[in-house]
Design a protein around this ligand. Sequence first.
Ligand code: PLP
Length: 460
Amino acid sequence: SFDTQALQQLDSAHFLHPFTDHAALRERGARVIVRGDGIYLWDSEGKKIIDGMAGLWCVNAGYGRASIADAVHAQMLQLPFYNSFFNTTNVPAVKLAALLAGLAPQNGPNAFQHVFFTGSGSEANDTIVRMVRRYWQLAGQPERQVIISRRNAYHGSTLAGASLGGMPGMHAQGGLPIPGIDHIGQPNYAEGGRGMSEAQFGLLAAGWLEAKILELGPENVAAFIGEPVQGAGGVIIPPSTYWPEVQRICDKYDILLVSDEVICGFGRLGTWFGCELMGFTPDLIAFAKGVTSGYVPLGGVLVGGRVAHQLIEKGGDFNHGFTYSGHPSACAAALENIRILQAERLVERVALETGPHLKARFASLVAHPLVGHAETCGLAAGLNLVRRKGATVHDCEPFDSAHAVGMLCRKHMFDNGVIMRAVGDRMIVAPPLSITTTQIDEMVERIQYCLDLTLEEVVG
Ligand code: PLP
């Protein structure tokens, strides 16, 4: 058993948490999570919770996988750590690099045959910033420096990651973005698509990229980066016309295309990588999270042939890397995690079984008086809470943001044993890929109950 109060006091006295209002935390005390199994968590008071967010969009294989712990344990006894600098390598890193090259999207002559390992998704995106600039230097166009990203994107918390990201709350806290990074709007139909079809809006939103390239001068632009489906921004699913048009524009101006697959990679959308579902073939892919199901930290960059060729054949040293690049124990976790995803066909199940089931169940929640609309893509989904429903997404009347209805709803969820994320008044789920259809039903029933509680409070 655990002394919750003592842990909470120590926590608030010493632990500075990421993205947390510490004054509020002190009032309530942090919830102490002590155990996980499958899609369930338990807190220090013994309460069982459905983890609708797979940790932080990462525990794809679910909690409690003893075989991942065993693989890490065995590797730690054999060789817990060695670096991969200066002509050394290790067995799990070699095996994982080869496995990832085989799993990566088919990309013709630009195939992903190489991997650069990092410790996190933020480091993967920082690596990408340095890698694309180095690429253009080697390709004889060093003035190509600017990387275009999107507002409301999340690409991490390092200086480059947070700059690439377009989160106003992060930029507002000073010094961001760093030079050489520019932003365009996000392909959010609900926000910007009034009066047009989704297909038309997708082309319009991709056109913002072309306009930005022309404004900056194509000769100054190095790359465009985006998440196939924006995660932290609120599960923003772009119209099907968006990514193919972005690809066409990047090709037209010879700009590198980067897919940030930190959330979408490793099956979240029902394909191994989100770009496969969205119909584009990037030059570089950032990954992290699901590669180890979060059991130990690991990230990296899948490098397509175009960039790899320059770095390897012409580059000499790429003066970049991390102590933990190719960490053997982390790579051992990834190898076993990917074996599980394959053996249990978890990615195919998202495409054929669990994803469609979540879609149907979320669609049925639109009957609830609070829910304006629902969207899902694989096992990522969002529900919009609205003051008044409308015939289309553009006719719904939102709540005044001062009412913080999303946060209220999230609190009810948390108190009643289901974790959802609130992005404004959009409620998000992204459960472990190991979730069953029966467990999806259980989760949706709890969500429905908490929507009722929220409604009572909003009306009352
Ligand atoms: N990129 C995306 C799309 C993410 O969602 C995240 C984290 O949520 C990151 C990058 C940063 O990854 P990390 O937190 O591992 O640094």
